[in-house]
Design a protein around this ligand. Sequence first.
Ligand code: GDP
Length: 323
Amino acid sequence: MKILVTGGYGLVGKSLQKVVKACDFDGNFYFLSRVDCDLRNSEQTTNWFKEYNPDVVVHLASRVGGVYDNMNGNYEYLVDNARININVVDSCKVVGVKMLINILSTCIFPDQNVSYPLTSNQLHNGLPHHSNIGYAYSKRILHLASHLLTKIDVDKWCTRVVNLTPTNLYGDYDNYNLKSSHVIPGLIHKTSIAKMTSGELHVYGTGKAMRQFLYVDDLSNVILQFIDLYKDKALNEMEISCIVSPPESSEISIKSLIEKICNIFNFTGKIHYDTSYSDGQYKKTASSDELSKYLPNLTYTSISTGLENTIKFFNDNKEHLRL
Ligand code: GDP
């Protein structure tokens, strides 16, 4: 079975490479990089898909960034990602891919008039938060285009779609750039500098926002388990949508996250909360119930273990990471 992974060298792609190797997963993987193909270009994308002719596509490629990078670049987040997503879905149609696994995000859900915990069927019920509206709509387009793809029956073949929607992801090969990163890699980088220089730690916002953090290797495991279910012919529906989230009880405030990071670094200096920065969405609490239906025995890495692993990796590999 040929499995094409778009975005094969990003946060999730690198983790998937590691997990595939660790469990000796049976499959012929190709991890696509931006050097192989610019997925924003439809001709290049279709040609690449025709040449490789995958059975399964794991679509990870995306322009991704933290709340402040999204606020500064909503237009680019919409246009680049909408192009990538349409080109990937349409190329799946052209070559007759059997299963497409998409990665969405809980940040693309409506911000108001939604009932918590979030469930996949609420995705299109209202406007996303203004801070990442471009990214959110590009992913909603991916969701819609994939849904419509499952309705097309070309020469007795149909594409099965699995939409996996993780909560806030973090792990080894994250983007640690101080301007464009998400909170965990950004704060790991900042705390390491504050510790080295005996300076203050600058945190953005009030620290009151609530998040559920998912360790990236847990998402990679879920992706591989869905490929296994497909191989075993154990998936009945043509379209499956699941939030991938540790239990609701794992939700913590940004303030409590910062305390955990500081403890691991043994940083005891001053912490300054710069409230001139937005907190972004207050919360996006999600339930792990949807996924339990398919993978009842799944376990999640605790935030303490995940942070310890990630901080160790950061300290050991600083010079090779996106800083
Ligand atoms: P979000 O979940 O999409 O909002 O993504 P982020 O990971 O970028 O931000 C999560 C929360 O962390 C927000 O409430 C931010 O205000 C807060 N935060 C605190 N310090 C930082 C920082 O240095 N970088 C980022 N990206 N967020 C920070």
